[in-house]
Write a protein that binds this ligand. Sequence first.
Ligand SMILES: Nc1nc2c(c(=O)[nH]1)N[C@H]1C(S)=C(S)[C@@H](COP(=O)(O)O)O[C@H]1N2
Ligand SMILES: [Mo]
Length: 370
Amino acid sequence: MEEQRAEARFPTVGDGSGFADTDRVFKEELQLALRNRGMLLEGLRYPVTPTGLHYLLVHYDIPEVKIEEWRLNIGGLVSRPMSLALDEIRKRPARTIAVTMECAGNGRALLAPRRISQPWLLEAIGTAEWTGTPLRGILEEAGVHREAADILFTGLDRGVEGGEVQHYQRSLTVSEAGREEVLLVYAMNGAPLPPQHGYPLRLLVPGWYGMTSVKWLERIEALADPFQGYQMARAYRYSQTEDEPGEAVSLMRVRALMIPPGIPDFLTRTRLVQAGTVTLMGKAWAGRLSISRVEVSVDGGSTWSDARLGEPVSPHAWTTWTCLWNAIRGSHVVCVRATDSEGNVQPLEQQWNVGGYGNNSVQRVTVIVQ
Ligand SMILES: Nc1nc2c(c(=O)[nH]1)N[C@H]1C(S)=C(S)[C@@H](COP(=O)(O)O)O[C@H]1N2
Ligand SMILES: [Mo]
């Protein structure tokens, strides 16, 4: 009987510290990597990422949804609580916007030591055309009370993280939640949301890292105090130690990525390119800011030349950049870095943080020119 009451114990990974500092990945990291796919970087050629190439992140399991029973419940500090079926949400004013979304953990596995978690390198990125109804309209109809501080979003999915059994939950301040571009979306690239991207309904918060865009939404609540659940107070903080609260992770940092040029070596993915003129290209984005400059280096970041910028795909999506390179024989480390409209530049090396968040250090691609 004693044993039955004992708390569930989960095995630890590696030395139990939660970190690793060799190139060898643990099978638990591989397990996460196989569940949470990244966008193949050649996918940077498309303005809108085909749905099957968009990155994916599922903390727990994709929940089973019975659409006849599913409702979106709006409650807490509101004058008129609501319970809406999907059809009712689809009848509301609709908006479609192309939005670039990136996981806050993108680049995590490039930090040393790395947090043992989803081991993203560079590929946790994608742009989709999302269709939904502005959250603001629903909040106005429900009548959020003046004293409300936060709007809490709860997903149907449950799991254990940091020793706590939980639903996936994130909050926004009332003013962030009321921004005009924040949507409750039910379609992705013109088709109903696929199960893995949040069917039947998800929150979409352009400009923020992906963790804010809660999938499989079941409840929206207005709260008097800032929400202090696991995904707000413990995860997604820029902290230097486990105990330090650190600043909350929020908007996406400036970043450019390039389509690796030429052809890959199958195993190492080192690139092979013919000498001569090579067009380097890719995309750049900066959360809520715009891109003011993209530069390319073919010597590992010692010298830089300006790339040409195109128009952003939408005010909330990435911008195409291109740059001609006169490739000469030898081995080169090709890099790209972007600058945003406030002058923030991607670093050559990112300052470390516990969770491995917001690593926007420059991409480095080894290219052999023959
Ligand atoms: N309910 C729920 N919402 C969630 C998640 C989750 O695990 N459960 N993952 C979040 C994270 S960390 C990211 S990066 C994005 C990923 O969205 P995507 O899988 O559609 O690309 O969803 C966010 N919303
Ligand atoms: Mo994420």
